[in-house]
Write a protein that binds this ligand. Structure first.
Ligand SMILES: C[S@@+](CC[C@H](N)C(=O)[O-])C[C@H]1O[C@@H](n2cnc3c(N)ncnc32)[C@H](O)[C@@H]1O
Ligand code: SF4
Ligand code: SF4
Length: 364
């Protein structure tokens, strides 16, 4: 596995902010954003089969001014900022935005389809000091190109990975791979291929996310147990895959029978206590992507100021009872909920080990 020089200088700040969050949450019931996802633009050149964003026809990009103001508001609590979209590399001043956020936030991550990540872009990204870049690749060449609806999408994504390996040695590289009925058969072999590139890999089961209020044919996809079992056996044998064990084993229920699926048992939802997401139109949510059910607030009123207000707090409380995650395996929501706060981390670590043991026993 390619060795990334971890930026240890960020660690004390991260640990301090995480401890501060726990202290204020458990002693004073006060919340603050530890994770922020910027859906920085709606724009995208691709036409992915599973993505509702390009189908929505929206074309906004978050203004630089509002972006900077928001980063400043996040600068005392937030540990992790993600740039997503749309395609974040279509934003002309993306490098300036990463440099700016790097001054205030310990861990910066960007997720891209890789199409525009040529040598020059890899060098520019490396110079920002960005911590982690995910490149989405959904399977071998033919399958990926078909899913993404663009010629040479696979070739460009692999080029992006290689450019990052060469020019950004301090950046953690993760390949994001969706799991769906149309690529499942190719995935066990594809895992070996990604491992041979010496980068990490994260799986995202296909969900009904991004702007659509309805379930549709692919979101209720059921995949034969034998296929999921084969994939899980492969995944748990590999060290380069970063999903938590608990998440991986929950795929059995998810693709088996979505009606009974409950990824986080029946517990209250804590995500809005430590998470915010920002949309290209300048609105932000405690949790918003899934069916756009969360209440929207305007960044123009100030993130920090709004979060102190009663209406925002009321929405956070209401979302505690939300169960929408029971309908999908959203990596951006479920994995943070599995890992945070620290008690959940311990609980789901143990449950992951138990599920893993049962699975292996069953297979004997
Ligand atoms: C919306 S994209 C934005 C960043 C960039 N355009 C890309 O494709 O990587 C972020 C991630 O969501 C994934 N994605 C898109 N639609 C999805 C869906 N319906 N279910 C699960 N993952 C999805 C993509 O494959 C990608 O890894
Ligand atoms: S998944 Fe990413 S690349 Fe594909 S259409 Fe959606 S935003 Fe664009
Ligand atoms: S249950 Fe899921 S969709 Fe609902 S508020 Fe929590 S994270 Fe968001």
């Amino acid at each position: 596995m390619r060795k990334v020089e971890i930026q240890i200088k960020n660690l004390p700040k991260t640990i301090y902010r995480l401890m501060k969050w726990h202290f204020f949450y458990y002693f004073f019931k006060k919340t603050s954003p530890v994770i922020c996802v910027f859906y920085i633009t709606d724009k995208c050149l691709m036409r992915c089969k599973m993505c509702n964003l390009w189908k929505s026809g929206k074309n906004d990009t978050l203004s630089l001014d509002l972006f900077k103001k928001t980063i400043k508001d996040l600068s005392r609590s937030c540990c992790y900022v993600t740039f997503s979209g749309g395609e974040p590399l279509l934003v002309e001043d993306i490098i300036e935005r990463i440099v700016y956020s790097k001054k205030y936030i310990p861990h910066i991550h960007l997720v891209s389809n890789g199409y525009l990540l040529d040598e020059e872009m890899a060098k520019k990204l490396a110079a920002t000091g960005i911590d982690e870049i995910s490149i989405s690749i959904d399977g071998p060449r033919e399958i990926h190109d078909k899913i993404r609806g663009v010629e040479r999408a696979f070739e460009k994504a692999i080029e992006a990975v290689n450019n990052l390996k060469k020019y950004a040695p301090k950046t953690n590289i993760v390949v994001n791979t969706s799991i769906a009925p149309w690529n499942i058969d190719s995935l066990p072999e594809f895992i070996d291929f990604i491992e041979s590139l010496e980068v990490k890999q994260q799986f995202q089961p296909i969900c009904n996310i991004f702007e659509s209020g309805e379930f549709n044919d692919y979101t209720q996809s059921i995949i034969e147990y034998q296929k999921i079992e084969k994939l899980i056996i492969k995944i748990i044998s590999k060290k380069h895959i970063v999903n938590s064990k608990y998440f991986i084993f929950k795929m059995i229920d998810y693709f088996g029978n979505q009606k009974q699926f409950s990824p986080l048992r029946e517990e209250i939802c804590n995500l809005p206590s430590f998470y915010v997401e920002v949309k290209p139109n300048g609105m932000f949510y405690s949790c918003g992507i899934v069916f756009n059910k969360g209440k929207a607030f305007s960044l123009s009123d100030g993130l920090k100021k709004t979060m102190r207000g009663g209406e925002f707090k009321q929405n956070q409380l209401e979302l505690k009872r939300c169960k929408l995650c029971n309908k999908g395996m959203y990596v951006c929501y479920i994995e943070p909920r599995i890992a945070f706060p620290v008690f959940n981390f311990l609980k789901y670590k143990i449950l992951g080990i138990k599920l893993s043991r049962n699975f292996l026993k069953h297979g004997d």
